[in-house]
Write a new protein. Structure first.
Length: 138
């Protein structure tokens, strides 16, 4: 069995954003040389997510509006977590959108559904953060 590990770095200039990372994940898969196996992609920070959905800007806007209804950033004083930080909403948004995805690798390709794309979700940006890519297989 082969294994491969890589960290993808992000420095998003906005507080919140969704980034399609499928092209970077495909490069990792090519580098690994693995044809059959599993790929894990996880955010390494507790105010960021990795998730799979549609690459459609209206939907991304809807996600943002929905998440702001569930866990509004302001007023920051509503959250007990916010002492020297102001990112309680980011932790809650991350919990809803998830930490990681696992995708099957078949014949050297990501075995995704027809509209599935892999996204990095940032909920407390303006700093460097990492995503881990781990591939196992043969
Ligand atoms: Zn925090």
């Amino acid at each position: 069995m082969k294994s491969y590990r890589k960290e993808l770095w992000f420095n998003i200039s906005a507080r919140r954003a969704f980034v399609n990372i499928t092209p970077q994940v495909n490069i990792c898969l090519e580098e690994s040389g693995i044809r059959e196996g599993l790929i894990l992609i996880n955010a390494m920070h507790i105010t960021a997510s990795v998730f799979i959905n549609d690459d459609e800007s209206g939907l991304h806007h809807d996600f943002d509006v929905w998440l702001e209804k569930l866990a509004p950033h302001e007023p920051t004083s509503q959250y007990r977590h916010n002492g020297y930080e102001d990112n309680a909403d980011g932790h809650l948004k991350r919990q809803i959108m998830g930490r990681e995805v696992v995708v099957a690798i078949s014949e050297g390709k990501l075995d995704l559904g027809p509209w599935e794309q892999i996204f990095y979700g940032e909920f407390d940006g303006k700093r460097k953060k990492r995503v881990l890519v781990k591939i196992i297989g043969e």
